[in-house]
Design a protein around this ligand. Structure first.
Ligand SMILES: Nc1ncnc2c1ncn2[C@@H]1O[C@H](COP(=O)(O)OP(=O)(O)OP(=O)(O)O)[C@@H](O)[C@H]1O
Ligand SMILES: [Mg+2]
Length: 377
């Protein structure tokens, strides 16, 4: 059975997936930090709008650029870098890289349709993550990239997103749109042809200027279509590569389990390598019921000598009730964890991380999480 430490020392890409709030960002940061401690050059990529990772790593915030995190006592070669996606900047940079020349790039970037469309696509963090991922993976700058995915409302988005733009720019669609221009070799949308009729209607609704913008945009974008398609295929290839591992993070709750099940199925169907599952935020509790009066009664009476007798007794009784509730919670979590076991593929790791008393927001807390995650050594 593969262990988390093997995944983090051997793979080049680790993708953390799971439902919202289960600890994807926390575990991504933990794994990145641990791998850097093993002497690897690591980039943790997050798309987290809550900027929690930045806090976890002791940074106020970081932008679209890869930022090195100061971690004391890293071994030779060990480096920890982090970046948070700024989706608009990523898209603009993408255009600059893919346009045949600067003039075309500038024309696209100032085109109103591009600005509107890129707002929409930039909103699709999953798409931009895939784009940026392509860049960092092909740059060869890192030994390991840990990708923290955003909270998935529709988990499928993450996998579908890379294809969305290339589908949008499907040649046939563009050709149809551009037909009136190409027929007349002009930018007059009122030319003859099937699409010209639609254009006439559209220009009536949106105005000619808007249509001019659309046509210019499509003419400029047309030649970049192949580039987008190639990048999309490359991202899918990276996802399927044996150098990649998907790790599902779940909490022992029903909604989180459902999402984990969904991911299990989707990853399997797509042939993406599943390395294992981390069940985070598990409440630990003594198996057997504890008797509060026996354990604490005497201590309560001694330390609470100046309190009313009933106060000490009621405190002990409340502690007993709290322990009972925790036991119940731990018991129902056990049942869910057993079910999670069943959807984890054979040979994949299955690790439980305890619910910690304090919020995880600094390097010290990440070390505590790492202690549980890599405890198999
Ligand atoms: N084991 C743990 N014990 C206690 N608190 C935890 C634990 N793991 C994570 N947390 C806390 O739970 C909250 C959510 O964690 P985190 O941001 O890592 O989840 P996420 O899956 O990335 O969330 P989102 O889907 O919103 O991006 C944070 O406040 C974090 O400090
Ligand atoms: Mg997160």
């Amino acid at each position: 059975m593969i262990q988390p430490r093997e995944v983090l020392t051997r793979r080049k890409l680790v993708v953390c997936v799971g439902s919202g709030g289960v600890g994807k960002t926390t575990t991504a940061a933990t794994m990145g930090l641990w791998a850097a401690r093993q002497g690897r050059k690591v980039l943790v990529m997050t798309i987290d709008p809550a900027r929690r990772l930045a806090n976890s790593l002791g940074l106020k915030e970081f932008g679209n650029t890869e930022t090195q995190i100061v971690v004391p006592d890293l071994p030779q070669g060990g480096q920890l870098w982090a970046m948070m996606l700024d989706t608009q900047t990523t898209f603009d940079e993408l255009i600059q890289r893919m346009a045949p020349d600067k003039r075309t790039a500038d024309r696209i970037l100032t085109n109103r349709i591009y600005r509107t469309m890129s707002d929409t696509f930039a909103g699709s963090q999953e798409y931009m993550a895939a784009e940026k991922l392509y860049d960092v993976m092909t740059s060869g700058r890192y030994d390991l990239v840990v990708l923290d995915t955003p909270p998935v409302k529709n988990a499928l988005d993450f996998f579908e997103a890379p294809g969305r733009l290339s589908r949008f720019f499907d040649r046939r669609v563009i050709k149809w749109f551009l037909q009136p221009y190409e027929e007349k070799r002009s930018f007059n949308p009122l030319a003859a042809g099937t699409s010209a009729v639609v254009f006439k209607l559209l220009s009536f609704i949106f105005g000619k200027e808007f249509l001019g913008d659309i046509s210019e945009f499509l003419v400029l974008f047309k030649d970049m279509y192949d580039g987008f398609r190639e990048r999309h295929e490359e991202v899918l290839r990276i996802f399927r590569s044996p150098d990649t591992s998907f790790v599902t993070i779940a909490a022992p709750t029903e909604p989180s389990m459902e999402v984990a099940g969904f991911f299990a199925e989707e990853l399997r169907r797509r042939g993406y390598p599943r390395a294992g599952m981390i069940v985070n935020q598990v409440h630990l509790c003594a198996e057997e019921p504890l008797e509060p009066e026996i354990l604490l009664g005497q201590a309560a009476r001694t330390t609470g000598a100046d309190l009313h007798e009933r106060t000490a007794a009621s405190l002990v009784a409340r502690l007993g009730a709290a322990h009972g509730r925790l036991r119940q919670l731990a018991h129902s979590e056990r049942v869910l964890i057993q079910a999670l076991h069943k959807i984890n593929p054979a040979g994949a790791f299955f690790v439980e991380l305890p619910w910690l008393e304090q919020q995880v927001y600094d390097l010290g807390a990440l070390r505590v999480v790492a202690d549980s995650l890599f405890a198999d050594a």
